[in-house]
Design a protein. Structure first.
Length: 128
């Protein structure tokens, strides 16, 4: 595996962790019946130290989650070496993972049956 692939893989894993947290946020908002109010989600960029948040209405979040290989990040947080920009809005940028990163992102999708449990366990402590 060359260096860029290693970077892609690492990025996809990090982003999948952020996604697990965001899935938890949307789940809580759904459970409390508070879907009309936008929520602040974590920026799903590949910087694990990034603590930026992105406000999204419930429906918008659900739409973005339809693709297992896509993540949303703050404008400027995308990295064109490891991902393709597929949508740009004033508040966020949607990126699509390519190659090996796309496969990792898809297989870690919590919305898929058998979506990577290990990732969910790793992120567990953040959620409690
Ligand atoms: Zn970020």
């Amino acid at each position: 595996m060359d260096e860029i692939d290693a970077r892609r893989e690492r990025a996809a894993r990090n982003q999948s962790l952020f996604r697990v947290v965001n899935e938890r946020i949307v789940e809580l908002s759904h459970r409390s019946g508070d879907e009309a109010r936008p929520n602040a989600y974590l920026c799903e960029c590949l910087d694990t130290d990034c603590s930026a948040s992105i406000e999204l209405p419930y429906d918008e979040y659900q739409r973005l989650r339809e693709h297992g290989s896509r993540f949303f990040v703050l404008p400027g947080h995308e990295d064109s070496d490891v991902e393709d920009v597929v949508e740009t809005t004033p508040g966020y940028v949607v990126v699509d993972k390519v190659g090996v990163a796309g496969e990792i992102a898809e297989s870690a999708d919590p919305r898929k049956a058998g979506g990577c449990r290990q990732l969910q366990q790793e992120v567990g402590p953040w959620l409690s």
